[in-house]
Design a protein around this ligand. Structure first.
Ligand SMILES: [Zn+2]
Length: 287
């Protein structure tokens, strides 16, 4: 297994090891770039052409096997995403890069002027095409132009994130929007609460990259984009965090949901965003 010797974002050779281990591999480690701060796995070799195609990467999520289970599991999350991007995609030509089982596509399709998905996983792509969606295997097959390109929790899976952003930007119409969401390495559970069990949970084979606000900005800059707005977004709130602190386990947002009134969630996650400790980052690029 070849260990990576340069930062996949800024190409610096000055790297240091991080102490974390992956939850699903003993042989892969975690590196940080001393120049741009980007955090990434020390090998990408396990992500070959077949890795995504055969849904192998989904096996690390044992609780969401199969399309139906997956759609149910992500229903709440996709409803929330619809609330955010619904107004942005209305009457627009839209591309979703990494559409998965199509949960978000199903929700936004009635609003879009046109909608195309990109999905490497063969079973998802074939099923979506059978039920009438237009889903391609690779972005090189998508001509565009598109008014909006969506990338929800996809960039961290790709071995060449700079090139992926270039590919998306190249297909945007004038005035178009590229909307990217990724996990944030400065997540409060890591940086503020420093939950040991969460350090073991957070790193896994499917996620090659662990972006910070700075390294996401640098990735976008390297793709030739000069103007970007990056903001914090939280998928999980106080109930989830308290449960991690108490038990060292995920799922608190469901098990202790009585703690989380909408206003508590809103105010708590707003405070985390202001401190750059949200669990996710959203980059919006207008061309
Ligand atoms: Zn770097």
């Amino acid at each position: 297994m070849a260990q990576r010797d340069r930062c996949p974002v800024c190409e610096s050779l000055t790297l240091k090891s991080r102490p974390e281990r992956l939850r699903d591999s003993d042989s892969i480690g975690v590196l940080a770039c001393e120049d741009c701060g980007h955090v990434f796995l020390d090998s990408f070799d396990h992500v070959n052409d077949q890795y995504f195609v055969n849904d192998e990467f989904l096996l690390s999520k044992k609780f969401v096997q199969g399309v139906d289970a997956r759609l149910r599991h992500f229903e709440h999350e996709n409803e929330e995403r619809l609330g955010r991007v619904g107004p942005l995609v209305t009457n627009k030509r839209v591309l979703e890069f990494g559409c998965g089982a199509g949960a978000l596509m199903e929700k936004i399709q009635p609003r879009c002027d046109s909608l195309v998905g990109i999905e490497r996983t063969k079973s998802f792509r074939e099923r979506l095409n059978e039920v009438g969606f237009s889903v391609l295997e690779d972005i090189s097959e998508a001509e565009g132009p598109f008014d909006v390109v969506l990338m929800f929790h996809v960039l961290e899976h790709l071995s060449e994130p700079v090139q992926a952003i270039r590919d998306c930007v190249a297909r945007l119409a004038s005035g178009g929007l590229l909307y990217i969401e990724v996990p944030n390495i400065n997540d409060a559970l890591l940086r503020l609460y420093d939950v040991e069990a969460y350090h073991r949970f957070h790193f896994f084979k499917d996620h090659l990259h662990y972006f910070s606000r700075a390294s996401l900005q640098e990735t976008i800059r390297r793709a030739g984009v000069r103007e970007v707005t990056i903001s914090g977004h939280s998928r999980f709130g106080l109930a989830n965090h308290l449960y991690w602190l108490k038990t060292g386990k995920p799922g608190g947002h469901m098990i202790w949901n009585f703690l989380e009134t909408p206003s508590v969630f809103r105010e708590y996650t707003r405070a985390l965003a202001a401190a750059d400790m949200s669990d996710s980052l959203v980059a919006q690029i207008r061309i």
